[in-house]
Write a new protein. Sequence first.
Lengths: 478, 452
Amino acid sequence: MNYSMIRYTLGMLLLFESVFFALPLICAVVYWESAFFAFLIAALISAGLGLLLSMKKPERTELYARDGFVIVSLSWIAISLFGALPFFFSGAADSFIDALFETVSGFTTTGASIFTEVEPLPRSVLLWRSFTHWIGGMGVLVFVMAFLPLSGGQNMHIMRAESPGPEVSKLVPRVKHTAIILYVIYFALTVIMIVTLLCSGMKFFDAVNTAFSTAGTGGFGFKNDSCASFPAHQQIIITVFMLVFSINFNSYYLVLKLKFKDAFNSEIKAFILVVLAAITVVTVNISSMFESVWDALRHAAFTVASLISTTGFSTENFDLWPELSRTVLVIIMFIGACAGSTGGGIKVSRILILFKGMARELRTLVHPRQVKKITIDSRPVDREVTRSVNAYIATFILVFVVSLIALSFEDRDLITNFTAVTSTINNVGPGLGGVGPASNFAAFSPFSKLVLIFDMLAGRLELFPMLVLFYPGTYKKS
Amino acid sequence: MKIIIVGCGKVGEALAEELNDEGNDITVIDQNATKVKHIANKYDLMGVIGNGATREVQKEAGIDSADLMIAVTGSDELNLLCCLMAKKAGDCKTIARIKSPEYAEDAPYLRDELGLAMVINPDYAAAEEITRILKFPTALKVETFSKGRVELFKFRLPEDSPLVGMTLKDAMIKYKSNILVCTVERGEEAYIPKGDFTFAGRDVVSIIASSRSITEFLGKINYKTRTVKDATLIGGGDITHYLCEMLGNSGISVKVIEKSTAVCDELASQFPSITVINGDPADEDILREERVAESDAFIALTSLDEENILLSLFAKNAGSKKVMTRINRIEYGSVIAKLDLDSIIYPKNLTADTIIRYVRARQNTLGSSMESLYNLIKGEVEVAEFIVGENSPIVGKPLHTLTFKDNALVAAILRGRQLIIPRGAAVIESGDSVVTVTKELFMRDISDLLRQ
């Protein structure tokens, strides 16, 4: 393990975080809020510790796979611990565990909240909540890499550990340039969304907040009823952008390069298919609850987009919808967004590989000697990739089951516990029952909150980095 | 510069590493997914899996915007096809590796007819290097500049040399030779020595001068030189092929020991004047029977690095006067440096220097063109030769008035037929050919020597 490199990267990350605090600080000044001091102290603490850690440059800069995993998971834990400080100092959260839950939920773009009332919160705190979504959406370390001259080729290990999806491909030869391109696209799309919302008549603060939450596919709102009180056309805008941010960002780069055919790959086709199917089923199922089919369609589309993109906004309390709709909604939470987007979930490409693998197994049962390769976009999928997808699913189920058992000590109903784990591990936000869109996670015990915090981080980092961190073999010399 | 490298073999990887370090954007193409992944994990570059001669794969690798395509797969025909396709698809320069001795003669013709920027042949370059060293068998390495008018001579200082314990300044005063000591390697450190530098036994010293001055200087310090009359080559690969041709012309009698009967037959029929021994060189008896220890030079050129090292150590032990070892694949440079071997030939690195010179020359817009470039000590000390342009800031001023960077040195100035080993008052004029020695600097232009 290259401990000095880990220390240095963590230090750099904390310095970056103290810069991130500038945005809520400005907001606190503008609205003249006492939360200013909470942010100032938090910024000073992380800047001080960051300087201390990054003062001495490491002599050896080489990183290996295990260093990459450990750096990524430790970074996410560190940025969450320090990001929680303002919630705690400003008195918004009652305990540090609550503050930590809120921050982890923010950075992992989950959007599960422990606040029963968000409207009385200071505006700077609200902004910090949605800003954590924006930072966490594309990945903190990818951001750091875009600005930092990290060691040569080995920072691919970091990118691979942080980016969602079964396979990570670079857009251009250098990791640094790839990171910059991704962030430019991300930034541009966010600005487009802010402008669109402003044109639709939303106030500036609200538009920025909503855009940050949507871009990161997070779901922290600034109203108690999430997006229910927004006018219909603003809900439609948000629906569209939730879907936009759940598509692989590589595709936007390919579109910019005028490679439309490559951009519109089979993962996106499958994603659109699932979205349309889910909207149709839900619309038909709930149409009797609304005055017109259009209202039903609007709410169905919003809810489906919100849950499959793992954003977690809501316009309606879908917990009260018929069983068929509720089932479909839970299923799409698992499917999640496309690989390489800001969304969570298992990812459409993994599901695609899984299904194709299953079809291949069936075929080999019929023709035991047939040689068949799984292909996606007419390219053979590497055996290594199918293996990692299978391992991912198995690990996913294991983590899920263990978390579910851990939560069940609290004696809540199964639906609540099941969907609480579902929505945290998939980074969605709301679930059903006790954690439905009209409720929140405040009632859980500190132990359960810790379990859910782990689930959120594990879900965002795609399980393995967090597991590597707790695997003793990682630190052994041999 | 955007560079595409087709083929992730030894040469491809060496090129990818060095060009990447120089700050170029690299994309590698290979049909072997494992190799591509290995390289893409090791260096900050992009990998594409597929046949580099197909349009689709070239497009995916970004041929449209590439500046240079280097084809170094194991097949000469494929390399040429890659370059032809690249030339049609994008507006880029192309470099192909031609390694088969059958095509080697046609290489310049192929280059011109097919519009290639350069044709490289690592094995041929290795054979050339071996031939150069055989002319000065006590040298570890010999490089030539300006068509042979300036030479760089690298040798190990014997423990009993009169230079040991002397400072560079005293040595220069005492021997009054027209030479320049450009680098000294001691253990793992490399120095560009100043006047107060003191020589020690077993230092590896590189000097730059004309061929005559070098001989003169070596005579003055009682460094024994001799000539090679016969050489034993182990292994009958491509390098051996080229060597038989080159050495045959220089009057050195050649003996080749090769395991495969077919290869022996071919060599014997192609080069009737050489002695071909059919036998396994790993068999100690055969080496003893052929009395390899008594031949003037022992050159291990099999395709197995381990075997080459072992055979060289054996020959050195048995008392061979000059041992040369070809190393293709294995890295572990620090361990190899500790072994008691004389000259080590790295074919994969030889052509990398040529290509890097080409890449840097294309990036340089300042008007002094780089003529040649040698990595004297891998990744650390470079020797480069420039033709100085008119507008260069270095022109027309005495050297002692210019402020040079640390570890940068003007080693030789060539004006017409005259060789100047520069002292402080020397002045560089435009059109001069200047040899520079630098440590840890990437030279693109001669003005890179100066502190900005």
